[in-house]
Design a protein around this ligand. Structure first.
Ligand code: BTN
Length: 283
């Protein structure tokens, strides 16, 4: 496994593989070999990338996305920070914004769609999968970095950082891109992806560390609600498992301190909290 030479704010190794089944599988193996808290494994391509909902795959083209997993080790399950997936989403959205600003001079808002999606301009740009085993957390993050297009069934739902930024700005990096392209002999799109993906990763690790391990993260709930996708809007929510058939309609009121979704229901007019389920997009 290669070591990537970037700063990891957790002060742990960052590994890279060209192709893996899933970075989650590799991370579990690393954990069994006593890898330290904050260890990262990133890949160019996953043959069996997993989504949060069982049976859903995380689709990607080689080099266009950034799939990676971070190992967070706590003494016991009770020590795992509350609302970890949401707080990680907050860190990812902030890092994506930092990245767009520093490399493209562009700004967009990364919104968090409860519980695990990062949205840009109403479309999904990243997803988070959080698995835990006692005090070990396997935090899997997939970011659409440089896709210019998506398969038909995702076209209206997915976006990438590259698609979201103001195209004019990209040309400012052209010189650098051309220089590296000669060495790496990859397409321009892949170049944008592979060249800058690790810098994005560095920014994410910085933000993640800040959110989870410093006092700066303490007011996460307020900041998350400011970025909560569809906050104060009418929503349709499928409660529990994807196929439960239990539908709730109401106003998205916010999130609790434990990270539950709060909905002021149309029927009954009470605020209900949910630990699992999915917001329906086609209202
Ligand atoms: C979702 O949106 O449902 C979660 C997607 C998580 C995808 C990432 S990519 C890196 C890590 N490895 C996986 O197999 N899945 C996660």
């Amino acid at each position: 496994m290669n070591i990537v030479n970037i700063k990891n704010s957790f002060n742990a190794p960052v590994y890279h593989e060209k192709t893996v089944s899933s970075t989650m599988d590799v991370l579990r193996r690393l954990a069994s070999e006593d890898a330290p808290h904050g260890t990262v494994i990133a890949a160019d391509f996953q043959t069996e990338g997993r989504g949060r909902i069982r049976g859903r795959v995380w689709e990607m083209e080689r080099g266009e996305s950034l799939p990676f997993s971070v190992l967070l080790r706590y003494p016991r399950a009770e020590d795992i920070p509350s609302a970890l997936t949401l707080r990680s989403g907050l860190a990812v959205s902030l890092a994506i914004e930092d990245f767009a600003e520093s490399f493209y001079g562009d700004h967009f808002d990364g919104m968090i769609k409860w519980p695990n999606d990062i949205m840009i301009n109403g479309k999904k740009a990243a997803g988070i999968l959080c698995e835990a085993n006692d005090g070990d957390v396997f935090l899997g993050i997939g970011i659409n970095v440089a896709q210019k297009d998506f398969p038909e069934h995702l076209r209206n739902k997915a976006t990438s950082i590259l698609l979201s930024i103001n195209k004019e700005q990209i040309t400012e990096n052209k010189e650098q891109i051309t220089k590296n392209k000669e060495q790496l002999k990859v397409s321009r799109e892949q170049m944008i992806a592979s060249d800058l993906r690790f810098l994005l990763l560095e920014k994410i690790l910085f933000r993640l560390y800040n959110e989870l391990e410093t006092e700066a993260g303490n007011d996460w709930q307020i900041r998350l609600e400011q970025r909560l996708f569809k906050k104060d809007e009418q929503v349709v929510f499928a409660e529990g498992a994807a196929d439960s058939g239990k539908i709730v309609s109401g106003r998205l009121a916010g999130i609790s301190e434990r990270g539950e979704l709060l909905i002021l229901t149309n029927e009954g007019g009470d605020v209900r909290s949910f630990i699992s389920g999915e917001l329906r997009m086609n209202l």
